[in-house]
Design a protein around this ligand. Structure first.
Ligand code: NAP
Length: 273
């Protein structure tokens, strides 16, 4: 079994991004909007700022109170869309309940949509055109698969989770590379049977859901999910000790997909359209 070291690959990618940024004619500038004071979101935003600084990307965090009105947020995005100096815009999710997430995401200019969540970028991915940006987590996973020389064409890929952030774009990206893709979600019956058919398994749920042996000894297990166990320890969707002896490759949590997501986001943030 080979451990897929997302941490060390992410460092290599960040070095490459830093090199690329140094040679650009102007400095990329990432604007991150944070609405409210969700502690996890604050940590994510701080980590993004730290990573941006590390690679020489300018970053500005715009902190808005929980009570911010939707119209105010939409106007702020419009302002950033029109600001030549700002090259990337990211709105940290989740947003307060009184704000329509879809309206907010749609308001971001597709050319500054470093998360790759706008309808134009999602649509381009779906119809086989080149989006301005690919969503960070699945793009990071593709980088990891490629780094380890994992063959994708003709392979059975099973994805657990169908969010717009991970599951759906992951399916599109694997489909583009000619995998046969199965998407599972909370209504899927007999998930273990599906898992056993996987050459490549991607689990993005947020609960300990992968607890069975894999069906193929060369299978690849990518654990995206993050939650805390009953002792407060950060853990993934996959029961690592039980599953790892039955597969060929597996990501650890932490140290797998998490750092790849940040590196992939910085790669996106270094692009200027
Ligand atoms: P999400 O929007 O909450 O989606 C979770 C998905 O899991 C949904 O599609 C849901 O199905 C499915 N699901 C829930 N219970 C299930 C069950 N018992 N069996 C099968 N499917 C089930 O979450 P997300 O944003 O995609 O994130 C998923 C996890 O990945 C979270 O733990 C998140 O923290 C983590 N994450 C990690 C990274 C990273 O960089 N490592 C990046 C992004 C997300 P329904 O659609 O039917 O509800």
């Amino acid at each position: 079994m080979i451990l897929m070291d997302g941490k060390s690959l992410s460092e290599k990618i960040l070095d490459k991004v830093a090199e690329r940024v140094k040679n650009l004619e102007r400095i990329p500038h990432l604007a991150v909007i944070l609405v409210g004071d969700d502690p996890a979101s604050k940590i994510y935003v701080a980590n993004k700022k730290k990573a941006a600084e590390k690679v020489g990307i300018k970053s500005t965090i715009i902190e808005l109170p929980y009570e911010t009105e939707e119209k105010y947020l939409l106007d702020k995005i419009e302002e950033l869309n029109d600001d030549f100096d700002v090259t990337g815009i990211l709105v940290q999710l989740p947003l307060p309940k009184h704000i329509d997430k879809n309206k907010v995401v749609t308001a971001i200019s597709p050319k500054k949509d470093v998360d790759g969540f706008t309808p134009e970028n999602v649509g381009k991915l779906a119809i086989g055109l080149e989006p301005y940006f690919y969503p960070a987590t699945p793009q990071g996973i593709m980088m990891l698969l490629d780094e380890y020389g994992i063959e994708i064409e003709g392979k059975n890929a099973v994805i657990i989770g169908r969010s717009n952030i991970v599951g759906k774009p992951m399916a599109q990206m694997l489909l583009r590379r000619n995998a046969t893709v199965t998407i599972c979600h909370s209504y899927t019956k007999e998930i273990e049977e599906k898992i056993k058919t996987a050459d490549i398994l991607v689990s993005a749920v947020g609960k300990k859901i992968v607890r069975c042996k894999m069906g193929y000894k060369n299978s690849v297990v990518i654990d995206v999910g993050i939650h805390r166990d009953s002792y407060g320890k950060v853990t993934g969707d996959v029961d690592f000790d039980y599953v790892s002896p039955s597969c060929g490759y597996i990501t650890p949590t932490p140290g797998g997909v998490g750092p790849m997501t940040i590196a992939s986001l910085m790669y996106n943030a270094s692009k200027i359209y």
